[in-house]
Structure formats: structure tokens, C-alpha cells
Design a protein around this ligand. Structure first.
Ligand code: PDD
Length: 280
């Protein structure tokens, strides 16, 4: 695989960064994941805008090549011959050559890394026909989940708790209300209404979420952006998640309780179809 590191396209085994890099020592970095379908980037503009916001919120320098990121993404798709898959991008505050809690001076340049992940069945994911099983766990992440940082230890732990329970993912719950999945936004459907948590510092402003809500409204479906309890989710007619890596994915059980009749629901199926049609 050819990857990108600070201006160079390199074989992955030659791409090396400092042990003092602040992403490594302090999780002082932000990231984006953009999907590729038919060799085409999905919603690059949305990801680029959110990256800029994450950098601003953390007072992190923009990489000098920020305005060339689209070209860099496209070049990696070409070099790695990606038809379906993802591009991962990470910016870290860089390395000042030692460990220090204070941010380094502005002459320390950010580290920029991109790599591709080929996923031949991203659109035809068989899981979309079966649906996924989730467990609920307490949300123990920090309070700025609107910033897409690389502090992913708790979401990783959540994924492992789900696996240990024979499930696929975890929905995180704060004060009885669902925030989001480990790496996706959470939705329920009650009657003809799609319900998903309102934006704020408690969740990530999903790029897929924005597109799906726009398509739902265009299709005259009812949307409520508000928080919902885990109990409301268990009593819902349908549940699903969205993200750049899953698009729209039905959820069929929560903590072992079937949602609706325990099979993927029509609203999730329709939204997945619309999303894939509109994005390709
Ligand atoms: N995760 N919420 C969280 C906590 C996420 O990590 C993500 C994305 C989302 C969905 O955002 P988007 O629709 O922009 O992908 C919501 C990526 C895919 C990841 O960590 O791999």
C-alpha cells in the first residue's frame, strides 16, 4: 500500500514518525474517514469542513497542504487502485522532540498522515440485510465529542464489551439518554418519525447523518432531532446507525431485546438505498 506522510507518497513500511509525536504521547490529534464508492470520494467537502473545525477548536495548525487535500485523497485512490473502501486522514500537533504537556511553539509543524483501506463489500455489505446487535454502555468519554480526536480508547473498550456479549457494537448512554454508537450516530424510528439526537458537544456531527437527514426530509419523512432514552429505543419500531464506513445500517437488538420484530426495518432499508443512490 502507498501511504501519504508529510508531503511524500511512500510504501507503508517506509512511513515513519517520531516517538515524540503528540498523537502518540497525548492523543493530540484529529482524524477523518472518507468513504470511496466506485473510485469516487463521498462527501469530501463535508469531511474537510469538519476537519477544519476540529483543528480550530483545538488551536492546532492547519497542515500547509490543507487546500490540496482533495488532490491527495484522489492520488491515493489512484495509486492504490481503490474501488470501494475508505481513506483515513490524521493530523497531529507534531513532535517537539520531547514530552511536554504544553503545546509546542508554532514552528513545530503538524504531522499529516493518510492511508487507504480497501473494502470491496462496503456498499453490498451483507450485514445490512441481517442488521447488527448492540449493547448499551455508560458513556465515559470526555465532554467534547463534537471534535473528532484520536482518543478512541473508550470506544474501543465499548466495541470489545459488545464482542464479549456476542454483539456488534455499543450504544453509549448518558443520564439515561443515548448519545451515539462507538463510531456512528444512533437513530430510532417510532411510527413514521425518525428520531436522532440533536447536535451539541455530546456527539459528533456526522457527515453521513447530515446527508441522511437531508434525504429523509426531501423524501417527506418526518425527522425529530432530540435526545431519546435507551428505554425509548428498546420500545421503538426500528433502530439504525449511520457513519462513513457503514452508511445506514439497521440495528435489530439492543441488550438482547428485539427492536420491532427483530429484523431490519423498512425505513432503514429505504434510507440506505437513497443514500447509496444519491452518493454514487
Ligand atoms: N467514525 N460518531 C462517532 C463517535 C464517530 O466516530 C463517527 C465516525 C460518527 C459518524 O460520522 P460520519 O458520518 O461523519 O462518519 C459518529 C468513523 C467512521 C471512524 O471512527 O472510523
Amino acid at each position: 500500500r502507498t501511504v501519504y506522510l508529510n508531503g511524500d507518497y511512500l510504501p507503508e513500511e517506509d512511513a515513519k514518525i517520531s516517538i515524540f509525536d503528540r498523537s502518540f504521547l497525548m492523543a493530540d490529534g484529529v482524524y477523518e474517514v472518507t468513504s470511496v464508492l466506485g473510485g469516487k470520494l463521498i462527501d469530501f467537502a463535508g469531511h474537510s469542513k469538519r476537519l477544519e473545525r476540529s483543528l480550530n477548536e483545538l488551536e492546532m495548525q492547519k497542515p500547509e497542504v490543507f487546500d490540496d487535500l482533495l488532490d491527495i485523497h484522489r492520488e491515493l485512490v489512484r495509486l492504490n487502485d481503490i474501488d470501494e473502501g475508505m481513506i483515513y486522514l490524521q493530523v497531529s500537533r507534531g513532535s517537539a522532540g520531547d514530552r511536554d504537556f504544553a503545546y509546542p511553539n508554532s514552528d513545530v509543524k503538524p504531522t499529516l498522515v493518510l492511508f487507504t483501506q480497501s473494502k470491496p463489500n462496503l456498499a453490498d455489505n451483507p450485514a445490512a440485510k441481517i442488521g447488527i446487535k448492540v449493547i448499551s454502555i455508560e458513556d465515559q468519554r470526555w465532554g467534547r465529542r463534537d471534535i473528532k480526536t484520536v482518543q478512541l480508547l473508550y470506544p474501543s473498550m465499548g466495541k470489545m464489551m459488545a464482542k464479549d456479549a456476542g454483539c456488534d457494537d455499543a450504544w453509549m448512554v448518558e443520564d439515561g439518554h443515548v448519545t451515539e454508537g462507538t463510531s456512528n450516530n444512533a437513530y430510532i424510528v417510532k411510527g413514521d418519525t425518525i428520531i436522532t439526537r440533536h447536535l451539541g458537544t455530546e456527539i459528533l456531527n456526522g457527515i453521513t447523518r447530515a446527508a441522511v437527514l437531508r434525504f429523509a426530509r426531501e423524501a417527506q419523512m418526518k425527522v425529530e432531532e432530540r435526545s431519546f432514552t435507551i428505554q425509548e429505543a428498546k420500545d421503538a419500531d426500528e433502530a439504525f446507525i449511520t457513519s462513513a464506513s457503514t452508511f445506514v445500517m439497521p440495528v435489530v437488538t439492543i441488550d438482547g431485546a428485539p427492536i420491532g420484530i427483530g429484523t431490519p426495518g423498512p425505513v432503514a432499508a429505504r434510507l440506505r438505498e437513497i443514500y447509496l443512490d444519491e452518493s454514487r
